[in-house]
Ligand binder design. Structure first.
Ligand code: MMA
Ligand code: CA
Length: 220
């Protein structure tokens, strides 16, 4: 009498051998990646038993689940090849988008605008619906990259910075304190009446009312 787990193992082994022979692995979903810049919000996983890095299922035979140990090295090689191919395709797509002026890349961030001028809440909503947030310059390099888009459209843009309860105290929209600023001379001057922040076409910042229409720039 075979144990239940041995039937499972045979079924998995049969599936793997068959799908690799046919080069048509069915894509049993991997465990989704953690949300975040590299996690692609769990929407893309490698097929089959080979979840993405950081998933609960690791490389067979090393830190994988015990019943997955001893699977052929060819599966690891295939996972590596799939990753190399995906990275190559992604970098080509980014090249096309950058060439066409659709995106700017700065560090690990990708910046993009839909060209629309709307109030702050609508701009934030569009960015979040697209899986990002409003562009938030955290250093001079990021500020310059956002400025590139501001100049491209020749429009002032909202930034992902808001005034807290205490007048004059600005913070990132996740509530953490600013560690880089680029205020225009004599700004911020809204004294609690201008709770949003816009970027001028020279890259400097002005506190501004949140109900005026400004260019939407998102970061991803
Ligand atoms: C406007 C408004 C303010 C800004 C001043 C600068 C008159 O108010 O944009 O936010 O500080 O201009 O002169
Ligand atoms: Ca102001």
């Amino acid at each position: 009498m075979r144990s239940y787990s041995s039937y499972v193992l045979i079924a998995v082994a049969t599936l793997l051998v068959t799908c690799h022979a046919l080069h048509k692995c069915p894509g049993i979903p991997g465990i989704p990646g953690l949300p975040g810049r590299d996690g692609l919000k769990g929407q893309i996983h490698l097929p089959g038993l080979l979840g993405p890095p950081g998933s609960l299922i690791g490389r067979p035979g090393r830190h994988g689940l015990p019943w997955l140990q001893g699977l052929p090295d060819s599966l690891d090689t295939e996972r590596h090849d799939v990753l190399v191919n995906l990275k190559h395709r992604l970098s080509r797509l980014e090249g096309v988008l950058a060439l066409n002026g659709k995106i700017r890349e700065v560090g690990d961030k990708i910046l993009a605008s839909n060209g629309r001028e709307v109030d702050f809440a609508s701009a934030l909503q569009s960015c979040e619906e697209a899986g990002g947030t409003i562009a938030t310059p955290k250093n001079e390099e990021e500020n310059k990259a956002i400025l590139g888009i501001v100049k491209q459209y020749n429009r002032y843009a909202y930034l992902g910075i808001k005034e807290g309860q205490t007048s004059g105290q600005f913070m990132y929209i996740n509530g953490t304190p600013l560690n880089y600023t680029k205020w225009h001379q004599y700004e911020p001057n809204g004294k609690g009446m201008e709770k949003c922040v816009e970027m001028y076409t020279d890259g400097s910042w002005n506190d501004k009312k949140c109900n005026v229409n400004r260019l939407t720039i998102c970061e991803f």
